[in-house]
Write a new protein. Sequence first.
Length: 116
Amino acid sequence: MNKRFFLLASGIIMTVNLLAQNPGQVFTDRMNHIFQYVDKNKIASGLLSDYGLQLIEPEYFNGVPADSNYVDMDAWRMLYLGMFSSKINSNGSLTNPETVFDAIDAAAYTSGNDAL
C-alpha cells in the first residue's frame, strides 16, 4: 500500500513539474540570455535569424527558383513561424502567426480549396 502510494505521488509530482515548464518560454529565456549584450536597437529590421527557432533553414529560400526551395503551405507556415520567432525588437512588424494562418484558412475555405 505505501509503495503504491509513493509511486502514485511521485508520478503526480513529476507530471506537474513537466507541465509547469513551457518549452517556448525556456527557449526564449535562453536566447535572451545568449543575446543579452547585443544592442538590439541597432537591428533595423527587428529580425535576427539566429535569435529565432528556425524549423526550416531560411537561407535556401533566396528568391531564386530551384527544385530545392519549393514551398508548399506547410513549409511556408514553418518559415513564417521561424521569421516571427526571430523578432528581437519592435522595429519589425509581423502579424501574429495565428491571425495570419486563420486568414489563410478562411480564404481557402471561402474559395473552396480544402488543400490548405
